[in-house]
Design a protein around this ligand. Structure first.
Ligand code: C5P
Length: 399
């Protein structure tokens, strides 16, 4: 954080008192902090406290009152290495989502060239309201980083999800962002990707529409963040680019099983993104099967479930991530898989969502773990990969 310039936006929530602690923590790490506060924010924490902590005048109005000089939000947008809005109220989140630039904080946000981090703070029902959730999804789609609120006691005396994440955690998020290239350094990650082909005869197979795009995007993301990646890939037309990716080509579910098991033994994490055949022909014909007058039946037998096998032998500290592509009862089916296969979290994409799933460049996912479901808007697969790997890093750090 040394030398990093942070614009800290403070809004009108009781959690504003935590902004003082956040400033202290940032300054201790060597950052420079400029506060921009909304009029309501000043009701919760005084500018005197904030300017004393930051050694800078606090910006709140469009015009500096005494001499009439203009506070330039454009200059702030260029100055900052990051903008953090903590606490962010439902109102500010809504204004950010819709460009309602009626205060200095929102104009600064709209001028911001640097990445923006938003730490919501509000009562549980306000947080859960579809309006808030939709606005947060809009912010995510703009590329803003949402620092999810924690669950616990709220100022309203209710208990639930809505309290602003603790300042130390917010600093951690920022640090890991600035060190992003490094946050998977010294980690080995196994990724399975693409379809499998199950041979019927020398020229025919049972396959599926998986393109491998999601798995390859995950591999590039992990490698660019410092991981050593073993990419066990079914037949695809894609190329890997990063030198930290070691690609092992396989064709059948059986081959993928062997390679994935071998790679997972000493891996820190496994991401099972491949669309593995669930059945394979009982017998592969040695010669091309000839046309005949009668119909024909291919007897199938189940393949080995790679995910379940890795889940069953998962060692302490190892993380396992699965995917679920569902066409019905999505949430319930995905949760069942999470348990059965012993995943740490599962990424759900539904064929019912336009732009999600096979062959397309975009995906719309939900991440489900044992506590929560987080839904993301439709994004490019490389941006989706970032969201998934952010969660992977969080999970690895917790272990
Ligand atoms: O049960 P289902 O195939 O829908 O589960 C999907 C998840 O399980 C994916 O993560 C997929 O990569 C993995 N899987 C596997 N081996 C199989 C079948 C699925 O690893 N034979």
């Amino acid at each position: 954080m040394k030398g990093k310039k942070i614009v800290l936006g403070i809004t009108g929530s009781i959690a504003a008192y935590k902004a003082a602690i956040l400033i202290r923590a940032l300054i201790k790490k060597g950052a420079e902090v400029q506060v921009v506060i909304t009029p309501a924010g000043k009701e919760f924490i005084t500018p005197i406290t904030l300017s004393a902590l930051t050694s800078k005048p606090v910006i709140s109005e469009f015009f500096a009152q005494r001499d009439g000089t203009w506070n330039s939000h454009v200059d702030l947008g260029l100055w900052a290495d990051a903008m953090v809005i903590a606490p962010a109220t439902a109102s500010t989140i809504g204004k950010m989502a819709h460009g309602v630039a009626d205060n200095m904080l929102i104009t600064t946000y709209l001028s911001m060239k640097a990445p923006v981090f938003v730490a919501p703070a509000m009562d549980l029902d306000m947080f859960a309201h579809p309006s808030t959730q939709n606005n947060l999804n809009i912010l995510r789609s703009y590329g803003n980083h949402i620092i999810e609120p924690a669950s616990g006691d709220l100022a309203s005396h209710l208990v639930g999800k809505g309290r602003m994440e603790e300042p130390e955690k917010i600093v951690e998020v920022l640090e890991s962002f600035f060190n992003q290239q490094q946050d998977l350094k010294d980690k080995k990650v196994l990724i399975t990707a693409g379809p499998t082909y199950e041979k019927i005869d020398p020229v025919r197979f049972i396959g599926n529409y998986s393109s491998g795009k999601m798995g390859y995007a995950l591999a590039e993301e992990c490698a660019s963040r410092g991981a050593e990646v073993i990419l066990v890939s079914g037949p695809v037309t894609l190329k890997e680019h990063h030198p930290n990716i070691r690609r092992i080509d396989v064709e059948s579910a059986e081959e993928m099983y062997e390679e994935a098991r071998r790679a997972y033994t000493d891996a820190d994490a496994g991401i099972l993104c491949a669309a593995v055949a669930d059945f394979t022909p009982d017998h592969t014909a040695d010669h091309k099967i000839k046309r005949g007058k009668d119909g024909m039946t291919i007897q199938l037998k189940p393949t080995k479930d790679i995910a379940a096998s890795l889940g069953a032998t998962k060692k302490e500290g190892q993380v396992l991530v699965g995917f679920a592509l569902e066409t019905n009862d999505e949430q319930q089916n995905a949760k069942g898989k999470l348990e059965r296969k012993n995943f740490d979290f599962i990424v759900l994409n539904s064929l019912n969502d336009k732009g999600a799933g096979f062959r397309v460049d975009t995906n719309k996912i939900s991440i489900i773990d044992r506590q929560d479901t987080t839904s993301y808007p439709l994004k490019n697969k490389s941006e989706v990969a970032k969201d998934i790997i952010d969660r992977l890093v969080q999970t690895l750090n917790k272990n």
